[in-house]
Structure formats: C-alpha cells, structure tokens
Design a protein around this ligand. Structure first.
Ligand code: 13P
Length: 334
C-alpha cells in the first residue's frame, strides 16, 4: 500500500462534516455500559446492539468510519452480512481497536502502560484481510499527585509509535490515541501542561520510528478541567486552550485530528468541538471519534424496550451524528 493510499483513507476519515463513531468497547468495558442500563452482557446482545448502531439509516451522512472491537469485526448482521462488508457497502470505513488494554506500569504506582505489541504484525494482517482500513491504539495518561512521570509518557508514546509503524507496513491508517484522563481535581492549566508534554513526546517518537504523518490520524483528548476541579473552565476556554496546545505540538502535515469524549456530557462534547471549529480555519480538520457521547442516549432507549425502541434509538444515533457533524464544521446551533 502506498503512502498516497493511506493518505486518501486518512482524508476520508475526516471528510468535511463527518466523524467517527467509536464502538470498540472491549467485552469488559461494554459489560459496564450494559450493567448501567440493566442489559445482560451476552454475545448476542453485544452483536444486536452493534447492529443497531451500524445499520442506523443514512448514518454515512455524518459518519465516515466506525471503530470495532475484535469480536465485532468477526460478527454479522442478523441477515448474515459481515459487519465490515455491510459498512463498506454503506459508506462507512471499518476500523479496529488493536491494543490489548492498559496494565500497571511496574515501578510507577498509579500509572499504566498499554500492551499489545507482541504478535501485532500478524493480527494487523488478519484485520486488513477482514476489511479494516484503520486501526486504533489507546494510551492512558493519568493526572494525580506527582504523576504523570516522564517514564510513563515515554513508555506509552514509544508503544504508540511502534504500533503506528506496523499499521502503515500492513496498509492500515494508525489512529494514535494518547488520552489524558479527565478524572481528578486538577485544573485546566495542569491538563494543558500534561497534554503538551505528551503530544511532544508522541510526535518525537513517531518521527524516530519513521511513521508517515500524512497517513496518520491523531485521536486527542481536549484540554479541560479535571472532573472534580472546583473551577470548571468554560466552553470558550476549553476550545481556546485545546487549540493552543494542538497548534504548538501537532505538525500541519497531519491529515486530521479527531477528539474522544472521555466522559464529557453529549452536549459538552458537541459544544467544545463546535467552538473550536467556529474559531477556524485550522491547519487540520478537527472532528470527532466519540464513544459515549455518540451512544449513551441510544443505549438507554434500547435498554428500556429492545424491540419497541429500536427505531427511536437509531434516530437518536442519527441525531447525535448530525449534531457532531455540524460541530465539525462549526455550524452546530444549540
Ligand atoms: P469516549 O468518547 O467514550 O471517550 O470513547 C472514545 C474511545 O474510543 C476511547 O478509546
């Protein structure tokens, strides 16, 4: 696969007014989401729920791609069409989560490192065969007393760079996700400092590992106040600080940046993205790759009445996609 083909996929992922729906929750993460609304975490319920999301009528009006979990890329619609095939036929680029989750970083209490590099080349080869065109890896950076350490940041960005290089070798666009976690009572300035040093380390590692930025997408966390910080920054401040941080750290050759929602409310996630795009143009398209902020309203409806609310739940997914698609253009109106 040439760099031009990778770049074309990357550009399509952030096409104007479109973003990504993240439905790549691991079996243990979806268990928590299902438990919150009283759904049994069975394989069939997971399949049926992912089918509801992916077969939302006209989803591709505002959604360019979806990130799947290993189990999901092997599953099919109730009519027997493999999800990846259904997506490709309906204008949605199939993506896959390829990391194996976070584990405690030995010697650094409170910090984690993402695992999954062993055997990754063979797994990527298989995912490409199954129809995936991009792959996501999430690193987690926690903020707390005396953390993050430089060692934690470097261990995580080194892994991100190794995975990204392997993705490009196998013809997949890497979606690199260094998530600075919102939990904590830290202020927005602390989040800025941690995000800045993390992104600097990430782009240095990508450079050292010969990763072609033209065929890479950044999935970023916003610069935002910690969840329990007594002083919560305004929408304007979050937008301005996030933009300032990205402009000081992210090369302009990158085809696009998408944000995670990270526990923000649906409305906050949309408002922040909209405010950033209203302040454009920027060096890169800024769009979304939301999980919870795309799904939580629909999941709640489906849990109340799986058959009776099916259509209503899909309409909610479509409405969230439209709002975020408009925010990706700075045209969302509250
Ligand atoms: P949230 O938008 O729920 O944070 O999920 C996005 C994601 O893919 C996290 O890895």
């Amino acid at each position: 696969m040439s760099i031009e083909q990778l770049a074309e996929t990357a550009r399509a992922m952030v096409a104007p007014g479109k973003g990504i729906i993240a439905i790549d929750e691991s079996t243990s993460t979806i268990a928590k989401r299902f438990a919150g609304v009283g759904i049994d975490n069975t394989e069939e319920n997971r399949r049926a729920y992912r089918e509801l999301l992916l077969t939302t009528p006209r989803l591709s009006d505002y959604i360019s791609g979806a990130i799947l979990f290993d189990e999901t890329i092997r599953q099919s619609t109730r009519d027997g069409v493999p999800f990846a095939k259904y997506m490709s036929e309906n204008g949605i680029i199939p993506g896959i989560k390829v990391d194996k989750g976070t584990h405690p970083l030995a010697g650094f209490p409170g910090e984690v490192v993402t695992e999954g590099l062993d055997g990754l080349r063979a797994r990527l080869e298989e995912y490409a065969r199954l129809g995936a065109r991009f792959a996501k890896w999430r690193a987690v950076i926690n903020i707390g007393e005396d953390i993050p350490s430089g060692t934690c940041i470097d261990a995580n960005t080194h892994a991100l760079a190794r995975y990204a290089a392997l993705c490009q070798e196998q013809g997949l666009v890497p979606m690199v996700e260094p998530e600075v976690i919102m939990d904590g009572d830290h202020d927005i300035d602390t989040c800025y400092e941690v995000t800045e040093v993390t992104l600097r380390s990430l782009f240095a590692s990508l450079y050292e590992h010969n990763v072609m930025l033209e065929g890479t997408i950044l999935k970023a966390s916003m610069v935002i106040s910690g969840t329990t910080c007594p002083e919560q920054a305004s929408v304007e401040e979050v937008a301005a600080e996030t933009l300032r941080c990205l402009k000081s750290t992210v090369p302009a050759t990158l085809p696009g940046i998408v944000f995670l929602s990270g526990g923000q409310s649906d409305e906050a996630a949309t408002a922040h993205l909209d405010a950033m795009n209203q302040a454009g143009p920027h060096p890169w398209p800024l769009s979304f790759s939301y999980g919870r902020a795309m799904q939580q309203a629909a999941l709640k409806l489906w849990a109340q009445d799986m058959a009776g609310n099916y259509k209503k739940a899909q309409e909610t997914v479509y409405a969230r996609a439209r709002d975020n698609g408009l925010a990706a253009l700075g045209q969302w109106k509250q």
